[in-house]
Ligand binder design. Structure first.
Ligand SMILES: [Cu+2]
Length: 236
């Protein structure tokens, strides 16, 4: 092989190694879950109504950790379910939330997290029925919570009944599709809250130790962005 050909080959091989390295770094270490943008096209600080749609699933067969419980967020344009817990809302707006609850129940460590706080009217609705609290000690009826400590928001997520969890059984393929609750049981949680006037990242999380298989249940999905914890980004 001639010297120029050898040099060319060496350069090509070097660039290939650099490209593979860059891909690994970007794909596995830098890039996080996508941010679902519910703020675009909305004028902030006008009290405009924004409808955010999420769901929580008993598994997530779309990742390499299929036994981890997980939230998903609906893309506002395509309506596709996206495996992320990051979303953006306009400041000073009324956020109407709909969260489909497909996961089964886990008792709360503290029944305090069964109370609805920080919503408009301190109320949430389970399949349209108003509730101020879900008592997970009197019945196994809470799957997760949706809690934003920075605005004192806490809403327990109702679960399908134990009978439904036994038969027909909980959703087994993520993202779960709301439609026929007799085939794939779920509850629909709806509530509203006012987004802050102050821009910034508002951390949110689930308060139920639902990281099955981890010490005290607080590992794994409970501390991983994209599963049971995330950020609400408020923009103006
Ligand atoms: Cu949870």
């Amino acid at each position: 092989m001639s010297l120029p050909a050898r040099i060319s080959l060496l350069v090509v091989a070097f660039l290939a190694v650099v490209a593979i390295g860059a891909f690994v770094v970007l794909h596995y270490f830098v890039s996080g879950p996508p941010v679902e943008n519910y703020a675009s096209g909305v004028t902030p600080d006008t009290g405009a109504v924004v409808h955010v749609v999420m769901e929580e699933d008993p598994e997530n067969t779309v990742t390499t950790t299929p036994d981890w419980v997980s939230y998903f967020i609906q893309n506002p344009q395509t309506k596709a379910w996206v495996h992320t817990t990051l979303f953006e809302v306009p400041a000073g707006s009324r956020i109407d939330m709909t969260i489909y609850g497909f996961d089964g129940c886990t008792p709360l460590r503290n029944n305090l997290w069964g109370q609805v706080t920080g919503t408009v009217g301190d109320v949430a609705y389970v399949n349209g029925t108003p509730v101020h609290e879900l008592n997970s000690y009197s019945g196994c009826n809470v799957a997760h919570t949706f809690s934003i400590p920075g605005i004192n928001l806490n809403v327990p997520m109702a679960s399908p009944s134990l009978a439904q969890a036994a038969k027909p059984g909980l959703c087994s393929t993520a993202p779960c599709q709301p439609g026929n609750p007799k085939a794939v049981p779920y509850r629909v949680m709806t509530f509203s809250f006012n987004s802050p006037h102050t821009d910034g990242q508002y951390f949110w999380q689930c308060r139920i130790p639902c990281g099955g298989g981890f010490l005290t249940g607080f590992g794994g999905p409970m501390q991983t962005i994209g599963f049971m914890t995330g950020n609400m980004e408020v923009v103006s």
